[in-house]
Design a protein around this ligand. Structure first.
Ligand code: PGA
Length: 266
């Protein structure tokens, strides 16, 4: 796992014009950075997807959707289907973001159906997991993560593991008012996630990128990136300005290159 996985979900911010100018600027700001060493992705609002699809492709930025229904079509008012998303160039389905789980009531069983739908359609399934503040206080963070992974990935064949990315995003660390996890805390949870992925998929599980998200900013990005089990960063607010996002990317790219070099040597 030598690549840096780095991206942003713009949540319910940025209209079509704002998303287009953000992607154009991000493309310009990162044009000199090889995509061989980095998977760069942006997950904007649904309404912007079609408009920015060509721009993203030309800039080497993968496009994701913030949520996805699990059926190809049907009587599911308000849902969006994998085929509709594929039609506009989406290759990543973000599944189970904390706001979907905790504000909109999604369950692990629903996330599991969405994971299978994404895999069936050849997309990358980006499954988000994370414990709440109360679960952390009760000392059950790792149990929660294991449950979310084992239920969310239930029935996935190891042969499909290369289509999976995981984002570890502690609920208490996300968004306005969130406190970032310390690098040591995040690393300990990532190690637990690694173990669960190994139990699920064996050797194939070790290759699944696991990204950290939750109040990542220019001050803490380097320390998080340096952790052995952190395979990338999933950033909200600090990535919504292209220049600021590009500065974080430039800061962490060499750290990932060093980690990859270290692994090659050992
Ligand atoms: P944040 O959002 O970086 O603004 O905390 C992270 C996320 O929700 O993915």
């Amino acid at each position: 796992m030598s690549k840096l996985y780095i991206g942003t979900n713009t949540k319910m911010y940025k209209n079509i014009a704002q998303t287009a100018s953000f992607l154009e600027a991000l493309g310009r700001q990162t044009a000199d950075l090889s995509r061989e060493s980095m998977e760069l992705f942006v997950i904007p609002s649904y309404t912007a997807l079609d408009r920015v699809s060509a721009t993203a492709r030309a800039a080497g930025i993968r496009l994701g959707a913030q949520n996805m229904g699990w059926e190809d079509e049907g009587q599911f008012t308000g849902e969006i289907s994998p085929t509709m998303l594929a039609e506009v160039g989406v290759t990543i389905a973000e599944i189970g973001h904390s706001e979907r789980r905790h504000v909109l009531g999604e369950t692990d069983e629903m996330e599991n159906r969405k994971v299978h739908a994404a895999l069936r359609h050849g997309m990358t399934a980006l499954l988000c997991v994370g414990e709440t503040k109360a679960q952390r206080a009760h000392g059950i963070a790792d149990e929660v993560l294991r449950t979310q992974l084992k239920e969310g990935l239930f029935g996935v064949d190891a042969a499909r593991a290369e289509q999976l990315w995981i984002a570890y995003e502690p609920v208490w660390a996300i968004g306005v008012g969130g406190e970032p996890a310390s690098a040591a805390y995040a690393e300990a949870r990532h190690a637990a996630i690694r173990q669960a992925l190994f139990e699920l998929f064996g050797a194939a599980g070790a290759k699944i990128p696991v990204l950290y998200g939750g109040s990542v900013n220019p001050e803490n990005a380097a320390a998080l990136a340096a952790q052995p089990d952190i395979g990338g960063l999933f950033i909200g607010r600090s990535a919504w300005d292209a220049e600021r996002f590009a500065a974080i990317i430039r800061q962490v790219l060499p750290i990932f290159a060093d980690k990859a070099e270290g692994r090659r040597r050992s």
